[in-house]
Design a protein around this ligand. Structure first.
Ligand SMILES: Cc1cc(-c2n[nH]c(CCNC(=O)c3cc(-c4ccc(F)cc4)cc(O)c3O)n2)ccn1
Ligand SMILES: [Mg+2]
Length: 214
């Protein structure tokens, strides 16, 4: 039967990237998506904004919602200091299977815990599963209608601390209007919009960076 797009993306990584070299894995995926097939990775343009937010936050505990093929997982993990932890949640088992292989090719499996399941079910289990107290950085890149309920769930579970950074992809396209309305009007957050484009296109999109004030 015909291969899937994530399988073709993985094949491009294994063909064009160097084992143990996360930057070459990121470039191989971007090249595949620009030259062969579009895929819903955060991409190189928004990826540079992601890199700068991660570098300035210097987080030791990161939560990523929505792994897909682990493009942003690899981007983030390659910037983390030693002994830091990135937990990434993926709902689709086929995506998770590919993501694990991309993470292994990049040589970052020691920094990354990929968990399969729905964010709403898994977030309340973060403390018991990983001994997490609070997250320094949360990257929201999963189902767009889950950004708001999962942010409220993170608050309720005490997983955010004064200064935790929330970085949300796709706030324009596909769009997360209820999340934007909440986070921009809440006295508990200080937000800033980074205008960019939908990955590999000229369509407007952007990242919303919000600091939890506690
Ligand atoms: C743990 C957990 C995880 C998930 C979960 N896991 N993986 C995802 C993927 C979600 N991502 C997207 O849907 C997405 C879509 C577009 C897009 C598509 C088509 C267009 F025409 C234009 C833009 C662009 C993007 O950048 C996106 O990130 N959700 C869900 C629930 N619980
Ligand atoms: Mg996205």
């Amino acid at each position: 039967t015909r291969s899937t797009r994530p399988q073709r993306l993985l094949a491009a990584v294994q063909k064009n990237a160097t084992r143990g070299d996360p930057r070459s894995v990121v470039s191989a995926i971007d090249q595949f998506c620009r030259q062969k097939e579009w895929a819903m990775n955060v991409g190189d343009e928004k990826g540079c904004i992601l890199d700068s937010v991660v570098s300035e936050t210097n987080p030791t505990t990161v939560l990523e919602l929505g792994t897909y093929c682990a493009y942003s997982t690899v981007r983030i993990a390659s910037l983390l200091p030693p002994h830091s932890k990135l937990i990434t949640l993926e709902f689709n088992p086929d995506y998770a299977k590919i993501a694990r292989q991309v993470i292994a090719w990049a040589g970052l499996q020691d920094k990354i815990n990929l968990v399969e399941g729905a964010s709403g079910d898994l977030i309340p289990k973060m403390k018991e599963m990983f001994g997490v107290n609070t997250f320094d950085l949360v990257f929201l890149d999963h189902w767009k209608d889950r950004y708001l309920p999962d942010t409220k769930l993170l608050e309720k579970c005490g997983l955010l601390r004064k200064g935790t950074i929330l970085l949300a992809d796709n706030v324009i396209c596909p769009g997360t209007p209820d999340y934007l309305e909440y986070i921009r009007n809440s006295p508990q957050y200080e937000s800033r919009y980074f205008k960019s484009h939908l990955e590999y296109t000229k369509v407007e999109d952007g990242l919303e960076k919000s600091v939890f004030l506690g």
